[in-house]
Design a protein around this ligand. Sequence first.
Ligand code: ADP
Ligand code: HMS
Length: 558
Amino acid sequence: MGRNYSIGVDFGTESARAVLVDLESGEVVASHVKDYAHGVIDEELPGLGVKLDKDWALQNPNDYVEAFVIAVKEMLRKAEGVSPDEIVGIGIDFTSCTMLPVKRDGTPLCNLPSLRKHPHSWVKLWKHHAAQKEADRLNEAASRLEDSFLPRYGGKISSEWLIPKIWQILNEAPEIYDEADRFIEAADWIVWQLTGRETRNMCTAGYKALWHKQKGFPDRSFFRSLDPRLENLVDEKLSRDLLPLGSKAGELTGEMAEKTGLRPGIAVAVANVDAHVSAPAAGVVRPGTMLMIMGTSTCNILLGDEEKWVPGICGVVEDGVIPGYYGYEAGQSAVGDIFAWFVKNGVPPAYHREAKEKGLSLHELLEQKAERMGAGESGLLALDWLNGNRSVLVDADLTGLILGLSLDTKPEEIYRAWIEATAFGQRMIMDTFIEHGIPVDRLVACGGLPYKNRMLMQIYADVLNREVSVAAHLHTPAVGSAMFGAVAGGAFGSIVEASEKLAKLKPERFRPNQRNAQIYERLYQEYRRLHDLFGRGGNDVMKLLKQLKRERGVPIAP
Ligand SMILES: Nc1ncnc2c1ncn2[C@@H]1O[C@H](COP(=O)(O)OP(=O)(O)O)[C@@H](O)[C@H]1O
Ligand SMILES: O=C(CO)[C@@H](O)[C@@H](O)COP(=O)(O)O
């Protein structure tokens, strides 16, 4: 008898990554990454000459199908000796909330020639930030509810989420709202394309669409209070029929099988979210371990036995990550993006020359120079809010700050200070969880950064004063999706069982250096003071600076 394999496909912001996982060894035997043909559409609708406003971020749903087909086909080609008959399941994960309006049969409205030129008919990507007005009004209305859902979401709903995005469509393009038979997460839509049937997952419903396992969606009266036309939104254009993570959404259609070279009828798992699906792949299936998915931004996932209200988190959802537990999500809006910004804007020509001579990237050169320093040696302390603060302040209007600059300050000291600032931001998140009764004993990291910068990982271990393990697979979300695919295909009884057999961490752990940890403890106390002063209304100078820019007519990034 042959071996069993499962496929996981992670739909990220720029590309889809497919992996084939051996269900005996847990090894990734083949993988392939396919960039989306149109990437992120944030200036103009491709080939149509329709300009977009500055905080729009759209995608083309046809790119997802194409990326799936090519990534899976290429992955299969690389997996020599594996027969499609040995593949038991497929799981997918997506960025979220990435959503689109469709007809009853799943046709995206942007594929209808009559609606193609209308930006509201396209996919709204997770970082589409143009529904802030709707999010503000929703938060205001929700704060007046007697049994408000806001505390479950850390106190505020983000403009990135489903209801603000739908409401923006209704406000700005009622004709598109009327044409849409369904609004659906791209995660569920791609599963629909694979199986030929519409299903909805509990994870995105819980984190992004205000659904609660016991209470369901907010009442119709709440939606009516937002806009009478939204009263029946859930029944008319969403669904109350939600499937739990780990269940089977359906089977691969003959058409998709033919396009990809797979076998028709393979089990397809219910859709999931990129951050959440990483937990089982990194072995995070019980309370006590905080997962850090570290890349351009950082997402945190943590499990608990009870539903507790933690201020400033993105949300808590029962069964939202691992069935049987409450899944907590938090995050930082910019992490790798800050280092990218500094490397682009803050490094003198001599460093560029040196990096070239040594055959290093600028990141690697700065790491090499900065790792010779100990904690506190740069004389700098920074606030990491260059793209606002997601957790725990939930304030997109905050900006960055660096303190302690002198005429002697070197680029590597500033680079290190930004890394330390992001680690202090993680410490704020971790401490907020602990202060509200959700313990954190261990940390596991995945995403791109842990594989790129060892100094960064050591700084995190020192600042957090905890051991940090790193997930073994670079494509952690795709491996997590493959695990859910294997569960849907019946190879495992539960996702916990799959994780216990297949999850892998790198053998090496980053252990805190006590000398540095003590110094960082002192610096962190100062970070907290600055954090509260500038982030909790003690001094609103950051907002004044933004306001002045607005008054001077300078466009401000979302
Ligand atoms: N050596 C490095 N040290 C620190 N950050 C790095 C390094 N190399 C790249 N980066 C940052 O990593 C980020 C990309 O992370 P990655 O996890 O690969 O992508 P994504 O979050 O888009 O999936 C970029 O923001 C980039 O600035
Ligand atoms: O917000 C979530 C998950 O809830 C992510 O999908 C979103 O931040 C996008 O993550 P990436 O930056 O693509 O890793």
